[in-house]
Write a protein that binds this ligand. Structure first.
Ligand SMILES: [Zn+2]
Length: 239
């Protein structure tokens, strides 16, 4: 989320386009560019019964996260990383309380949500499985290739970003990087504002990248030395 820079973007910024809408969009693309049509068709193929991986109710991708499902209007079912390669982590700031972020992500008309929300005290709630495409970047390509993390706070309020929040978020991001073999650098771990054609300014100037990145690197190293690469969906949600 965060402060909007200008006009609304594409995916994830407006009302949800339902399956019917997508089909109509795909057919309409025949008149337009063939590239778009092929993209829609390949997505529809992944929607065929029996193609997607089995899912366990309440499973989370990050051990310790609590599961609260986002509305299906704020995401697209997918089968990542098999259908789309995951190579970016995108950092957001909510511009509101943790509870209000959870609420809007449950609202089907919001049209946007991230995979995770990190609370000020370091608690993490997962609302969308990493398998699925969350509408959070305002850019279709970046939605498909990324995992989105919201942080409770305000871009113009430095006190929003607590030590516990940075540590918890760093553990989360390091786990994502381990799962998908994403390099821990600022090309692959970016702010919403750095997404091409981004319409939002979060995480803003007070998000301390110089503090955050070494924490992510340390957590990533710790995971590597433990020889543990957590499987997506392998753990049950924290009670
Ligand atoms: Zn954002």
């Amino acid at each position: 989320m965060g402060v909007r820079k200008k006009a609304q973007g594409t995916e994830g910024q407006g009302p949800h386009i339902g399956r019917r809408g997508l089909l109509i969009g795909g057919a309409a693309a025949v008149v337009g560019t063939g590239v778009v049509m092929r993209e829609e068709l390949s997505e529809l193929w992944w929607r065929a019964p029996g193609v997607t991986k089995p899912r366990v109710d309440g499973a989370v991708d990050f051990t310790g996260a609590r599961w609260v499902a986002a509305s299906s209007g704020n995401l697209r079912r997918a089968d990542r990383p098999d259908d789309y390669r995951v190579d970016r982590v995108i950092i957001h700031v909510t511009q509101g309380s943790f509870d209000s972020a959870v609420r809007v992500f449950q609202n089907p008309s919001h049209g946007a949500a991230t995979h995770y929300i990190v609370r000020k005290d370091g608690h993490i709630t997962q609302m969308i499985r990493e398998l699925d495409v969350a509408y959070h970047a305002g850019n279709r390509d970046f939605n498909q290739r990324s995992v989105g993390i919201e942080h409770e706070g305000w871009v113009d309020k430095p006190s929003s970003f607590t030590a516990r929040m940075y540590r918890a978020s760093a553990r989360l991001t390091a786990g994502i990087c381990a799962r998908y073999d994403i390099p821990v650098d600022r090309e692959h771990i970016i702010g919403h504002v750095e997404v091409p054609e981004a319409t939002h300014t979060d995480p803003g100037p007070h998000w301390d990248w110089d503090r955050y990145m070494p924490l992510v690197r340390a957590e990533r190293k710790r995971l590597a030395s433990s020889g543990r690469t957590p499987d997506p969906g392998a753990t049950r949600a924290a009670e």
